[in-house]
Ligand binder design. Structure first.
Ligand code: NAG
Ligand code: NAG
Length: 451
């Protein structure tokens, strides 16, 4: 008996010496409930391996913001003098003190880490759920996305040592939920000022877009000009799709044209056709407005838009958001965040893009159509800027919201988006959280960028 008591006393002493108990923990991120569409289906098995990312506080993000605006604002003397990757790293790398404090915490928990970004501002650790629960004073659960059945291990709250809070922005993935498929966002249905074939009423081809927006049909010429297609949330750019697109629509461009793959951080490149990021128009409710009137584009009813709960209103957008809110008056008051950044910035056709060679699907709709198509307009402008010996466009927004930029966009003033937002905003004259500043006018954009 005496022996037993001694053992117990020793055990208690050891437990008190555990470094976990020495550190005062503080809740770092919390959310009231899982994101819409997810349900908690029980605690995660303690032995499941978790890959966690510790996002370190970046040493001079305010300085980076100033430098980025200086090169992105057409009114600035530094406009177009883009930063190099090394210059950016200087702003975003964590301080040495922060790195050693966080590494000391990991080391005392016998966790090894690797840096996964050139600037060292993101640290990766791979540990079992049981250890992650201890480390972060939390309990990870399995959350199921009801519609797709896909599961992810998340928590609604976690803590880190109080003395490290200033050094760590966040630990991911913990309280964030990503829907397996993105929702369609800004899109618009067009009635062009120029002659647009009536077939564009039902199916959008590259010719429709060229006609609507004045986009040149001639291929780009500059080899240093690149257009990146990013793959997130289990959607990938598909090489066979590219070949078939070129064979069907751009016979003047070699159908052997391919892309260069850059995977980041263990990324994979699935080429299964079904994973090409189709946002099929099954369950999407929208009203197609016929192109007869020939005057204005109208927002598709499933255009997502609204105000962020995470990002404040950037200065370039402040006047526009204030103007929209004053137009709105007390409508929907309290249902959205009046101090959040408004989105989207711009709009583009995004309904019924022709992929007739895929007989099963036929057409696709959504941001997977409109975003890269808008990006291709910018890439064509960059191609011409490079050919003219000028600097390509960088971070676009200060330009888009400038007097010259907005004048080169077609303001969309009708339509609303009850389909995707909890509120359902309406397009109005000027910027609105349905169609942003509007759709591009290529010739006007050429002039606006100095071509
Ligand atoms: C683009 O804007 C110019 C005026 O700057 C206008 O003449 C032209 O019709 C517009 N093009 C399209 C396709 O809307
Ligand atoms: C509203 O947006 C602001 C700015 O991003 C943010 O700080 C605030 O937490 C948001 N409010 C809510 C209720 O989410």
């Amino acid at each position: 008996m005496v022996l037993g008591a001694t053992f117990l006393a020793t055990f208690v002493l050891l437990a008190a010496a555990n470094p976990m108990d020495r550190r005062a923990m503080a809740v770092h991120e919390t959310r009231a409930e899982a994101a819409n569409g997810f349900v908690n289906s029980g605690v995660a098995s303690g032995t499941t391996e978790l890959t966690l990312r510790i996002a370190m506080a970046q040493n001079n993000i305010a300085g980076l913001e100033i430098a980025l605006y200086a090169v992105s604002d057409p009114a600035s003397a530094q406009y177009g003098q883009h930063l190099t990757a090394e210059e950016v790293a200087e702003y975003v790398k964590p301080t040495d003190a922060a790195l050693s404090a966080v590494n000391a915490w990991l080391t005392e928990n016998e966790i090894s880490s690797t840096s996964v970004t050139p600037a060292g501002d993101i640290i990766q650790i791979v540990i079992p759920v049981s250890k992650a629960n201890d480390l972060l004073s939390t309990e990870f659960s399995v959350f199921a996305h009801v519609e797709s059945g896909k599961t992810s291990i998340r928590t609604l709250e976690y803590s880190i040592p109080a003395d490290l809070q200033a050094h760590i922005d966040g630990v991911h993935p913990t309280v964030s939920f990503t829907r397996p498929l993105s929702n369609p966002q800004f899109t618009a249905v067009k009635a062009g000022k120029r002659a647009v074939p009536t077939s564009c009423n039902s199916v959008i081809t590259p010719t429709c877009l060229q006609d609507m927006y004045g986009i040149p049909a001639t291929p780009a010429t500059q080899s240093t000009n690149k257009l990146a297609v990013s793959g997130f949330i289990d959607e990938w750019a598909n090489e066979v799709d590219l070949t078939e697109f070129l064979q069907n629509f751009r016979t003047d461009v070699s159908s052997a044209t391919t892309s260069t793959l850059k995977t980041l951080d263990g990324g994979v490149n699935t080429q299964t056709r079904a994973d090409a990021g189709v946002e099929a128009n099954l369950d999407i409710q929208y009203t197609r407005r016929p192109l007869t009137q020939g005057t204005t584009e109208t927002a598709a009813s499933f255009s997502a838009g609204g105000f962020s709960n995470y990002f404040g209103i950037p200065s370039y957008q402040a006047t526009d958001v204030a103007a929209y809110l004053s137009t709105l008056g007390t409508t929907d008051s309290g249902k959205f965040n009046t101090t959040g950044r408004g989105y989207p910035d711009v709009a583009f056709q995004g309904v019924n893009f022709d992929i007739a060679w895929d007989t099963e699907i036929g057409t696709v709709s959504g941001t997977s159509c409109s975003s890269p198509a808008f990006a291709s307009v910018i890439a064509l402008l960059n191609d011409q800027l490079i050919a003219a010996g000028k600097s390509p466009l960088g971070f676009l927004n200060p330009f888009l919201y400038s007097a010259a930029g907005r004048a080169a966009l077609n303001d969309i003033t009708s339509g609303d988006n009850p389909g995707c937002s909890t509120n359902g905003f309406s397009a109005v004259a000027g910027w609105d959280p349905v169609t942003g500043l509007g759709t591009p006018n290529f010739t006007a954009l050429q002039a606006a960028v100095g071509l």
